[in-house]
Design a protein around this ligand. Structure first.
Ligand code: UDP
Length: 331
């Protein structure tokens, strides 16, 4: 691994969005590193929760509760991981300005706290491909994103943050890593997150019908969190890689939304489905071309079959949705 710090002192690392679903798992992976001296988790708890970091018992870890755009620090960082952003359409559409600001203004602010020879890593998204007319999508595909549609706050702020980083690399030689993630799911997703897998699980577990938007034939490629974080760890810090990205990281097994709902219905014994109108600009399909990932991260692949991943996620949801002992006593 390329070291960005003096080996004697260890790396000072910042994760924005570290209380979020993916961010908190990334913090766990970073804390497994013995060359890390400090990990600062920055999060405003908009979509992240302190529950996601409550298990951390490590003196190197600290939490700064603030907007990433307003974060300040007296010292610089060897590595910055910028994940602060809502990722669920329901959440980012509820406050587009805040979403755009977290991604773009957040990145601009964090760049001020990166050491000159530090590395800036960014989790971009398959949303940069919009509703793709090429499938599977290679990194070279320029996408079909609407810059005026309801998904644009997320899609376009991810795209422009990519631009910012690639241009900083071109003009200043900044060391960057840009990953494009495809529909990640797993434990620590909010119960009210609103994305398909988590929504279907929380609906089915609470006895409500699962809401399919449209006819359910639209597809996504669902990646289990452990596999995705393993890919990120290898790309961002573990492997000796001389490639800035963009790199697709995801599962290339494409499954329809209807297929997901039916599987969760079978598992929970609550198979009821209601169809609702499709949200505008909902992509019809999404699947990563992993040719480049196979070359850059040889041997890495999504190991957890979707069926196991959904079971594991469901178990986690069962645990967090269980009424607390006090509530049970009061009944
Ligand atoms: N979806 C659905 N019911 C839900 C949540 C999502 O049918 O309760 C659909 C959504 O319209 C989309 C797909 O599932 O076609 C994936 O949506 P998600 O929000 O998980 O991710 P994204 O749209 O960002 O890929």
């Amino acid at each position: 691994m390329k070291r960005h710090s003096s080996p004697s002192r260890g790396a000072r690392v910042l994760v924005s969005g570290g209380c979020g679903f993916i961010g908190s798992h990334l913090c766990d992976a970073l804390l497994a590193r013995d060359d890390l001296s400090a990990l600062v988790c920055v999060d405003n708890l908009w979509t992240g929760t302190v529950d996601n970091i409550a298990h951390v018992r490590d003196s190197r870890f600290s939490f700064a509760e603030c907007d990433v755009e307003k974060f300040t620090s007296d010292s610089l960082f060897d590595e910055v991981y910028h994940l602060a952003s809502p990722a669920s359409p329901q959440w980012y559409m509820s406050d587009p300005q805040r979403t755009i600001s977290a991604n773009i203004v957040g990145a601009i602010n964090l760049l001020r706290y990166l050491k000159e020879d530090g590395r800036f890593c960014y989790t971009s998204t398959s949303e940069v491909y919009g509703d793709p007319v090429v499938t599977p999508q290679p990194e070279t595909y320029l996408g079909a994103v609407s810059c005026t549609g309801p998904r644009s706050s997320y899609d376009e702020s991810k795209r422009v943050t990519e631009s910012l980083l690639f241009e900083m690399r071109r003009t200043r030689g900044l060391d960057i890593r840009v990953a494009r993630l495809f529909n990640v799911y797993g434990p620590r997703t909010r119960v009210d997150d609103g994305r398909a897998v988590s929504n279907f699980i929380s609906q089915a577990l609470s006895g409500a019908p699962m809401t399919i938007y449209g006819d359910g034939t639209q597809t996504r490629s669902w990646g289990y969190i452990d596999d995705i974080v393993e890919g990120l760890a290898r790309f961002f810090w573990r492997d000796a890689i001389d490639y800035p990205g963009p790199l697709n990281i995801g599962n290339n097994r494409e499954i329809s939304v209807g297929g997901v709902a039916r599987y969760i219905g079978d598992l929970t014994g609550q198979p009821e489905i209601v169809h609702m109108p499709s949200p505008p600009d909902d992509p019809t399909n999404r699947c990563p071309d992993l040719t480049l990932a196979n070359k850059i991260l040889p041997g890495w692949k999504c190991e957890v079959p979707y069926e196991d991943g959904v079971r594991r996620t469901m178990q986690w949801f069962r645990d967090v949705m269980k009424p607390s002992p006090d509530v049970r006593r009061a009944k």
